[in-house]
Design a protein around this ligand. Structure first.
Ligand SMILES: *Cc1c(COP(=O)(O)O)cnc(C)c1O
Length: 390
C-alpha cells in the first residue's frame, strides 16, 4: 500500500534500513564544498557540492516523493527556480501565462525573459480558452492554482489535455496549496514549481525553490542547466526545509481550518465587500477545486469598502504581522498593490481586479479565537476612527 503524504513527509523509503549516517534520525547537514576521491577515476558518488550534496539530495528525494515526481531540483529561492526553468526556452519562443501570478514571476517574464526574446500572452485561464492563444512558436503554459492574489481556479487536467495535444509543457506553480493538498503532476502537468520559502519550509525563516517533473527529458535538461549555472540551496538551508516539511500535514490542516473560520467571519463584516477564498461554496472555483485538490489551503483575499479601511487594518494589526510572504506558521497580512505586486503594471491590476482596498491573509496556525479577537479589535478601532462610532 502506498504511504500517506504525512508519512512521506517524515520517512523516505529509499533511505530506510540503512545503517548510514550513524543511524541519525534527523538527516545530517553535510557542510562540505568538495569530496575526496577514493582513487583515480573513482568517486563516492559526490564530487563537488554544486553538483551533489547529500543533504540537498535527500531533500530532493523527499520533495519528489510528495509531489509524485521522478526528478526534483532545489534552488535558492522560488524565483531562482522559475528563472532557471526559463532557460528551457529559446529566443523566439512564446508562452501562455495566467495573468494573475505572483508579482515576481510577472516581473521576471516582462523584464528579463522578454529581453531574452521570449514572448508571452497573459490570460485569465479560469475564463479564457488558452487554445485560442496558441501559436506556432508556443512552447508552454504557465499557471498558478489558485492564482495570487485573486484565487482564481483553473481546471488543471483540462489544461493538461490542451498542452498534450499541442506538445506544450504545462507548468504549475503549486506554492499556494503545497503537495499536501494538490499534486499537479498527477493531473497531467509536466513541471511543478514551488517557492519552498512558503508552506514547504513553513516557518518564515528560509528561502528555497523547487522544480519537480516526471518527464525524464525535462529532468535531464534541468539537471544540465543546474550543473552549469547553479543557484542551488546550501546544505543548512536544505536541512531547514527538510525540518519544515516534517510537519507539513498538520500545519496545512490547522491553517486551513483557521482560514475557513476567518473567511466566514469576514463575510459577516459590513465593511468587507468581497471575501475570496476557494473553500467557500460561493467561490466560482469551489467545485473544480474539490475535484482536483484535497483541500482549499489557507490563503484568502478580501476587499474592504475603501483604501482608508484597508490601510488602517495594516497599521493596526499587532500579532498578525503586516509582511510579505505566506505559508508560514505565523499569520501574515499583505497589501498586494504595495508589496508582492508593486512592480505589476496598473492595467494588469485592473484586469485582475486587484484594488487599493485588497488585502491578502496568509493564515497561520495560531488559536483561531486569538486571530479573530485581533481582527475584531482592529475592525472596531478602524470603524471608530473612520466613522466616529463606538
Ligand atoms: C513567493 C512566491 C514565489 C517566489 O518565491 P521566492 O521563494 O520568494 O523567490 C513564486 N510563486 C509564488 C506563488 C509565490 O508565492
Amino acid at each position: 500500500m502506498e504511504r500517506g503524504i504525512e508519512t512521506k513527509c517524515l520517512h523516505f523509503e529509499g533511505n530506510e534500513g540503512s545503517t548510514g549516517n550513524f543511524g541519525a534520525v534527523s538527516f545530517p547537514i553535510y557542510q562540505t564544498a568538495t569530496y575526496a576521491h577514493p582513487g583515480v577515476g573513482q568517486s563516492t558518488g559526490y564530487d563537488y557540492s554544486r553538483l551533489q550534496n547529500p543533504t540537498k539530495e535527500h531533500l530532493e528525494k523527499v520533495v519528489a516523493s510528495i509531489e509524485n515526481g521522478t526528478h526534483a531540483f532545489t534552488l535558492s529561492s522560488g524565483m531562482a527556480a522559475i528563472s532557471l526553468l526559463m532557460e528551457l526556452f529559446h529566443p523566439g519562443n512564446h508562452l501562455i501565462t495566467e495573468a494573475d501570478l505572483y508579482g515576481g514571476s510577472i516581473r521576471l517574464f516582462r523584464n528579463v525573459s522578454e529581453k531574452n526574446g521570449i514572448s508571452f500572452s497573459s490570460i485569465d485561464c479560469s475564463q479564457e480558452d488558452p487554445e485560442k492563444y496558441i501559436r506556432e512558436n508556443t512552447k508552454a503554459i504557465f499557471i498558478e492554482m489558485p492564482t495570487n492574489p485573486m484565487m482564481r481556479v483553473t481546471d488543471i487536467a483540462h489544461l493538461a489535455d490542451i498542452a498534450r495535444k499541442h506538445h506544450l509543457l504545462l507548468i504549475v506553480d503549486n506554492t499556494f496549496l503545497s503537495p499536501y493538498f494538490q499534486n499537479p503532476l498527477d493531473l497531467g502537468a509536466d513541471v511543478v514549481v514551488h517557492s519552498g520559502t512558503k508552506y514547504l519550509g513553513g516557518h518564515n525563516d528560509t528561502l528555497a525553490g523547487f522544480l519537480i517533473t516526471n518527464r525524464s527529458d525535462v529532468g535531464e535538461q534541468l539537471e544540465f542547466i543546474i550543473k552549469t549555472t547553479d543557484a542551488g540551496l546550501a546544505p543548512f538551508d536544505s536541512w531547514l526545509i527538510l525540518h519544515g516539511i516534517k510537519t507539513l500535514g498538520i500545519r496545512m490542516e490547522k491553517a486551513q481550518e483557521n482560514a475557513l473560520q476567518i473567511a466566514h467571519w469576514l463575510q459577516e463584516q459590513k465593511h468587507v465587500m468581497n471575501v475570496i477564498y476557494p473553500g467557500l461554496s460561493t467561490h466560482a472555483g469551489h467545485e473544480i477545486m474539490k475535484k482536483q485538490a484535497r483541500g482549499f489551503g489557507a490563503m484568502l483575499t478580501f476587499q474592504l469598502e475603501s483604501k482608508a479601511f484597508a490601510v488602517s487594518i495594516l497599521e493596526k494589526v499587532r500579532m498578525i504581522q503586516f509582511a510579505e510572504s505566506l505559508g508560514g506558521v505565523e499569520t501574515l497580512i499583505t497589501y498586494p498593490i504595495m508589496q508582492t505586486h508593486a512592480d505589476v503594471p496598473l492595467e494588469i491590476w485592473e484586469k485582475n481586479g486587484i484594488t487599493d482596498s485588497t488585502l491578502r491573509l496568509s493564515v497561520g496556525i495560531e488559536r483561531v479565537e486569538d486571530l479573530l479577537g485581533e481582527l475584531k479589535a482592529v475592525f472596531q478601532e478602524t470603524e471608530r476612527e473612520l466613522y466616529g462610532r463606538a
